[in-house]
Design a protein around this ligand. Sequence first.
Ligand code: AMP
Length: 170
Amino acid sequence: MDLSKYLRDVPDFPKPGILFKDITPLLATPAAMHETIARFAKLDFGRIDKVAAIESRGFLFGVPLAMQLGIGFVPIRKPGKLPWKTNRVEYSLEYGKDSVEIHQDAVKPGERILLVDDLLATGGTMGAACKLVTSCGGTVAGCAFVVELGFLSGRARLQPHRVESLVMVR
Ligand code: AMP
């Protein structure tokens, strides 16, 4: 199955010059979602104790993947959303800064975590998520994406972590 057929290109969203990869056709097609989760589950990252994903589109893939693997799910969220004690990492955007948070007890020391998001662009968001996992004493087993915008070289920014994507856009 060609998963790229279930991604819709939306030019100039959310601002001029950005070609937005819309995953809603994928979400609307159960067979394509099954295939996506099955392909994620087949990637061999060694032992994985938990799946963590980034608010909010990452959750759409992270939760079904964790269920498929029979392991727990850890949400990584924007500041102020998680109710318990959190660790926070700040990262830079094209203009300005943003942050993400994780519950301090969501990852136990020594656990191996697979991180998931819908799309890899510059790698800033996933880089911050990796730092959150290590801030709790966890190890990043790898980073998995539905789509990778290869021309932005996000995977270089995520070194030395292993990066896998299901659809590569060059
Ligand atoms: P980055 O931190 O630059 O790797 O950006 C990744 C995050 O921004 C992901 O959570 C994506 O959902 C979102 N994103 C960035 N660029 C795009 C794009 N062209 N199409 C869809 N989502 C995008």
